[in-house]
Design a protein. Structure first.
Length: 95
């Protein structure tokens, strides 16, 4: 499972973060308005799977790595992984 140095490094970082969290440490409190902290465009990856992306295709959601969808062109694959948020004044946020 941890056959490459990159996977081992990622695992070690996650393990240290869990240990620090159990000791009461955590990320610094977020400052500023939520509208400014959230990126307008982003991609989602499931925790523990850095090579997979949440993709949408019409009304379907799927979790794929690039290797799982070889029939899809590179650009098209990553266009389906982009999500965006926008804010309307005095109205609930939209997604």
């Amino acid at each position: 499972v941890l056959s490459t140095p990159t996977k081992r490094s990622t695992y070690d970082q996650q393990k240290r973060a869990v240990k620090r969290r159990s000791q009461g440490f955590g990320p610094p409190p977020a400052g500023g308005a939520p509208r400014m902290r959230i990126p307008k465009e982003f991609m989602m990856m499931p925790l523990g799977f850095p090579d997979k992306f949440v993709r949408y295709q019409g009304m379907r959601l799927a979790v794929h790595s690039r290797a799982d969808a070889r029939e899809v062109e590179f650009q098209a694959f990553f266009e389906d992984t982009k999500w965006s948020l926008w804010w309307l004044p005095e109205v609930n946020n939209m997604c």
